[in-house]
Design a protein around this ligand. Structure first.
Ligand SMILES: Nc1ncnc2c1ncn2[C@@H]1O[C@H](COP(=O)(O)OP(=O)(O)OP(=O)(O)O)[C@@H](O)[C@H]1O
Length: 652
């Protein structure tokens, strides 16, 4: 149970301040209040708090300033930003500025208590009277969605450098263990681990980005294990592996009878991950319609199970991963920009193996230890020849390819027993790896034909990875960043299905001559939404696209043409220079905005209403209703719709 914490609440509305204060005092906390930035600053100058809750807009500035000041001064307070309803950008900005979490107005007091309790959990406690109870042992992931966690490798690297310490980060033993599973001590990996430890400590969504096989799932589970949610479940979901028609039920759950075969209520991934972390792997594979639903669930923190009438609150942290260039997917219209922006609050880049070749010996040792323990064989070691073979390969498939290579080497008897005369010691392994580092990318002709790969048939069963590692995407491994990788690999769902149903490993493909392209992390979006074309541009484009009269019924009340002057405003209203004037008819103005958005979506989808609706998170019935209300008529049809949606191929 959480004991008395010191909380500073900053809000300029006295009623709200009292409401928050009473709710928190009832929880046993000591609460101090401030109604301006200046008051908050002086309170912070005099004392240290466990938690700061601040409104965004204050009479003398923005709550964001406090957040930045706390971060710059490395203060221990965990901050919670209260944002206005419908301003997701502010929430994202606050998380980026270091807020632990945010609350949306009107603040739900139950949610306030939950978020404060989360902030206090496992936090440094300089101001508290007593620390919270130690967190329980980690709960097993929920059966519905979780796969078995990979066995912890026990790298037998006697002379390997000592495990790194993460200065300034207070990491639990569970977090340390998860970081240790992420084998590698190169500067690139050290930086990645340092960042994991740092970003784990808030509720901010994390997007893990890296080439295939670099260990993104290990990174995600390390984020979970280092976070205050480590005692909750870690639920990995492969978004590309779930049939589209099941997505909603799988994500949000389903009520008994909501679809054929739903004989009882069923929890979805969000419910399974309650109190823990939901890991959305291959997020780039999520269809657009589901992207809209996911965005809503993340923003509202509520989901509605299929067949339910009520939404229910959910408490999950989202970590997602992709090997795709999501920014390019956004540009191409395959991924919603608002969802990208929402998931990518913090980006974690996992370095490819070519940027950390010095990790090869340690990785080989860790992977061989894992293979031996899974196969029940005595400890295994590299031979000089095997190390030479491995080190001379580009390993474009990263650690997964290395793992596959070692499996095959074990199958072909190309390894030594640890401690035997043929076993390679650490220093020699490091020397060979350093000497044999290939130029990147190696010219095809210069690539050595690795004996172990050339002779490779399918590995015998005893040498194959255990079921936890047999997800079909593990083999075969294609060079990352090649066009062929853009097509989804055949995958079996790893949620709720026995691993035995996964496809068996395929023969190892010889290193291809395809030149690896450098991994380019996606650029941060320049703005939350791209500037929408003007109404005139929309209309002109539509007319051009259809060559036929593009019938747009006149809007109920068009906004004033630019440039706008004060003249159109009600008497007494002045326009501050550079600001858009307030509309004199809000209803008409909103209608016009909606109309422009609809026309744009329709335009960009070739007037396919189903596709346009999906882009906007609507269904066909809703978009048809809105089009009719706003008098938007598809080219070639009449204002009075026949109800035929032939172009969409879908019934309303
Ligand atoms: N640093 C590492 N230390 C130990 N094992 C690793 C490391 N990185 C990856 N692996 C192992 O390599 C395999 C692939 O890792 P993982 O599935 O996490 O990669 P990924 O980046 O998620 O790949 P994909 O994008 O194809 O899903 C797993 O067996 C994992 O345990």
């Amino acid at each position: 149970m959480t004991t008395a914490a010191r909380i500073l609440v900053v809000d300029d509305e006295p009623d709200l301040l009292t409401l928050y204060e009473l709710a928190l005092i009832r929880e046993g906390h000591q609460v101090q209040t401030a109604s301006t930035l200046a008051e908050a600053r002086s309170a912070l100058a005099e004392a240290t708090f466990d938690v700061l809750i601040t409104d965004m807009r204050l009479p003398d500035g923005l709550g964001m300033e406090l957040l930045r000041e706390l971060a710059a001064a490395r203060r221990p307070e965990r901050s919670i930003m209260v944002t206005a309803y419908g301003s997701p950008e502010t929430a994202v900005e606050a998380l980026k500025a270091g807020a632990f979490d945010y609350l949306t107005k009107p603040v739900d007091l139950k949610q306030l208590r939950t978020v404060v309790a989360s902030a206090l959990q496992d936090a440094p406690a300089p101001a508290r009277a007593a620390a919270p109870a130690a967190s329980a042992a980690p709960a097993a992931p929920q059966a519905a969605a979780a796969r078995p966690a990979p066995a912890t490798p026990s790298p037998a690297a006697p002379a390997a450098p000592a495990a790194p310490a993460f200065e300034g980060e207070d990491i639990s033993p569970q977090g340390q263990a998860a970081l240790a599973r992420l084998v590698g001590q190169s500067p690139a990996m050290q930086m990645a681990k340092q960042r994991i430890a740092k970003v784990a400590r808030s509720m901010a969504p994390v997007l893990v980005h890296g080439e295939s096989g670099t260990g993104k799932e290990l990174v995600a589970s390390a984020v979970h294990a280092c976070s205050h949610r480590a005692s909750g479940p870690f639920v990995p979901v492969n978004c590309g592996a779930i049939p589209e028609n099941l997505l909603e039920a799988e994500f949000f759950g389903a009520r008994k009878g909501s679809y054929t075969g739903a004989t009882q209520d069923r929890a979805g991934f969000f419910q399974a991950a309650a109190g823990g972390t939901l890991f959305l792997d291959e997020i780039g594979d999520l269809p657009l319609a589901m992207q809209a639903k996911l965005l809503r669930a993340i923003q509202e923190r509520r989901v509605r199970p299929l067949g339910a009438t009520q939404e229910e609150p959910v408490d999950v942290r989202i970590v997602s991963a992709t090997h795709k260039d999501l920014a390019a997917q956004v540009q191409a219209g395959h991924f919603r920009q608002d969802l990208y922006y929402r998931l990518n609050v913090i980006e974690l880049i996992v370095p490819p193996l070519r940027e950390r070749r010095e990790d090869l010996p340690l990785l080989c040792q860790a992977l061989l230890a894992r293979i031996a323990s899974e196969a029940g064989s005595p400890p295994l070691a590299l031979t000089p020849q095997l190390m030479r073979d491995i080190a001379s390969q580009p390993l474009e498939g990263n650690v997964r390819e290395l793992e596959n290579l070692l499996h095959r080497a074990v199958a072909l008897g190309e390894v030594a027993l640890a401690g035997s005369p043929g076993a390679l010691d650490w220093a020699d392994a490091a020397r060979i790896a350093a000497a044999a580092t290939p130029a990147w990318p190696p010219p095809a002709a210069a690539m050595p034909a690795p004996a172990l790969a050339a002779a490779y048939p399918a590995a015998p069963p005893h040498a194959q990875p255990p079921q936890a590692f047999q997800t079909p995407q593990t083999l075969p491994q294609m060079p990352p960043q090649t066009p062929s990788l853009q097509a989804p690999l055949p995958q079996a769902p790893f949620y709720g299905q026995p691993a035995a149903s996964a496809q068996p490993p395929q023969p190892y493909p010889l290193p291809s001559a395809v030149a690896a392209q450098p991994f380019v992390p996606p650029p941060a979006p320049a703005a939350f939404q791209p500037p929408a074309p003007t109404f005139a541009e929309q209309t002109a484009r539509a007319a051009q696209a259809y060559g036929a009269p593009f019938s747009l019924e006149p809007a109920p009340a068009a906004p004033p043409a630019a440039p706008v002057s004060d003249a159109g405003l009600p008497p007494g209203e002045a326009v501050a220079s550079g600001q858009t004037p307030l509309p004199s008819d809000l209803e008409a103005w909103l209608n016009e905005q909606e109309r422009q958005v609809l026309i744009r979506a329709l335009n960009e989808t070739g007037f396919n209403r189903t596709a346009a609706a999906a882009r906007l998170g609507l269904n066909l019935r809703q978009i048809r209703y809105r089009m009719a209300r706003l008098g938007i008529v598809p080219p070639g049809s009449h204002a009075e719709e026949s109800g035929n949606d032939g172009d969409d191929g879908e019934a309303a």
